[in-house]
Design a protein around this ligand. Structure first.
Ligand code: ATP
Ligand code: MG
Length: 357
C-alpha cells in the first residue's frame, strides 16, 4: 500500500444512513467535524453498507437516507470543497479489509462490546439479528483504517468500537508488518506498520439523552430532535418531554433528574440564565415546566435556523440530484488526483467514490 497522506493530520468519521441526523449527532460529532475541516484532511463516510445490518429489505430507503444525510452535512456546514465525502459501497477495499480483520479479533471480543449489547436491546433485536449485524463492528474498523486516520470524532457510544479498531490495527501491524509487540502506538507507522493507531475524539457532549429522557438520542428510537425539524416540531417535541418528576410551579424540584435541564445546559448560551432557572426550580419559586422549556425551545431553534436555511436549497425540486452531483464531483476530483499521482509514480490505493445511477 502506498501512502496518499497529505502533510495534514487526517480525520475519518461518518454516519449510517438509518434516518436523518439529530441534535445528538451535532453535539457528539458534527460540531467537531465542522470545526476541524481546515486543520485536518477530513474524510466523511456514508456507511450505507452498515444500514443493511438492520434494513436489508429496504434498499430504496437506505439510498434516500444517504441523500438526506448529505443534506444534513451540508446544512451544518460541512464543505465538500474542503472535505471528502465517501460512499462506503464505492470503496471495495473496506469489504476486503473487513474479511481479513475478522480473523484478527476473537468472536467473543466483538459480542462483549457494550455498545453492541445496548443496540441489540434498545432496537429490540432479541436473538433474531442477522449474522451480519455484529459484523458491522468489524466493518467499522475497516471503514476507519482504510483511510489511515489519526483522529476519529465520535460520540461516547463509539469509544468501545474505536478500542476494537485500535486493537485490530496493532494486531495487523504486528502480524503482517513485523511491528514489535512492545512498540508504542505512536510509533507503529514509523516502524513499518500499515495502519496508524487512531484516537477517538469525543465531542462537547458525548451522549445527548433523547426526548424520552432515558435512552441516548438516536435516529432509530423515536426520541430524536432532527436537525431538519421545523420550529413547530421542535416546540412540540420539547414540550412533550416528561420532566422526570411531578410538581407544581411553587414546589421545589430537582433539575438534575429533569432532561430539559440537560438541554438547557447544552443549548442555552446564557449560563447565568440557566443558573437562575435551576435555582428557582430547586426553590419552587413559581417556575413551571413550561417556563423552563420556552428558552430551551428558543435556543434549539436559534441553532437550527441557519441549518434550515442551507438545507432549504436542497429541498427544492432537483435538490436530490444536486446532492448526487456533489458526491460525484468529489469522485471526479479524486479520480483526477489519482491520475495525477499515478503520473508522478506515486499511485493511490483503492478509494473509489459514488457514481450514482
Ligand atoms: P442508529 O440508531 O442507527 O445507531 P444513531 O443515532 O446511534 O443511529 P449513528 O449513525 O450510530 O447514529 O452515530 C453517528 C455518530 O453520532 C457516532 O459518532 C455516534 O457516537 C454519534 N451519536 C449518535 N447519537 C448520539 C447522541 N445521542 N449523543 C452524542 N453522540 C451521538
Ligand atoms: Mg448508533
Amino acid at each position: 500500500m502506498t501512502s496518499d497522506k497529505t502533510s495534514k493530520r487526517r480525520i475519518l468519521t461518518g454516519d449510517t444512513p438509518t434516518g436523518r441526523l439529530h441534535l445528538g449527532h451535532y453535539v457528539g460529532s458534527l460540531e467537531n467535524r465542522v470545526r476541524l475541516q481546515d486543520e485536518y484532511d477530513c474524510y466523511f463516510l456514508l456507511a450505507n453498507m452498515h444500514a443493511f445490518t438492520t434494513r436489508a429489505d429496504k434498499a430504496a430507503e437506505i439510498r434516500q437516507d444517504t441523500i438526506e444525510i448529505v443534506k444534513d452535512w451540508l446544512a451544518v456546514g460541512i464543505d465538500p470543497e474542503r472535505s471528502t465525502i465517501v460512499l462506503q459501497t464505492e470503496v471495495p477495499a473496506i469489504a476486503e479489509l473487513t474479511w481479513y480483520f475478522a480473523m484478527l479479533v476473537p468472536f467473543n471480543r466483538i459480542m462483549r462490546n457494550p455498545t453492541l449489547k445496548t443496540e441489540i436491546e434498545s432496537k429490540g433485536l432479541g436473538d433474531k439479528y442477522s449474522f451480519g449485524f455484529p459484523m458491522y463492528a468489524v466493518g467499522q474498523c475497516a471503514d476507519i483504517l482504510a483511510f489511515r486516520p489519526d483522529l476519529v470524532p465520535v460520540g461516547v457510544d463509539q469509544v468501545a468500537h474505536i478500542e476494537v479498531c485500535r486493537e485490530i490495527a496493532r494486531r495487523f501491524n504486528q502480524t503482517y508488518c513485523k511491528v514489535d509487540t512492545q512498540a508504542d502506538d505512536s510509533e507503529h507507522e514509523k516502524l513499518g506498520g500499515v495502519f496508524p493507531i487512531p484516537e477517538a475524539l469525543v465531542g462537547r457532549v458525548g451522549r445527548l439523552v433523547g426526548t424520552d429522557g432515558k435512552e441516548k438520542m438516536s435516529k432509530s428510537l423515536n426520541n430524536a430532535i432532527f436537525l431538519s425539524d421545523t420550529p413547530k416540531q421542535v416546540k412540540k417535541k420539547i414540550n412533550a418531554i416528561y420532566p422526570g418528576q411531578s410538581r407544581d410551579p411553587d414546589q421545589p424540584g430537582d433539575p438534575d433528574i429533569n432532561p430539559v435541564f440537560d438541554y438547557a445546559d447544552i443549548f442555552i448560551k446564557d449560563e447565568a440564565l440557566v443558573a437562575d432557572l435551576k435555582d428557582r426550580y430547586r426553590r419552587g419559586d413559581n417556575l413551571g415546566d413550561g417556563h423552563v422549556k420556552a428558552p430551551v425551545i428558543e435556543a434549539v431553534n436559534e441553532l437550527l435556523e441557519p441549518m434550515r436555511a442551507r438545507r432549504a436549497e436542497f429541498e427544492k425540486p432537483g435538490g436530490d440530484d444536486a446532492v448526487i452531483d456533489i458526491i460525484r464531483a468529489r469522485h471526479q476530483a479524486r479520480q483526477r488526483r489519482r491520475r495525477a499521482d499515478a503520473r508522478d509514480g506515486q499511485g493511490v490505493d483503492g478509494v473509489e467514490l459514488w457514481h450514482a445511477e
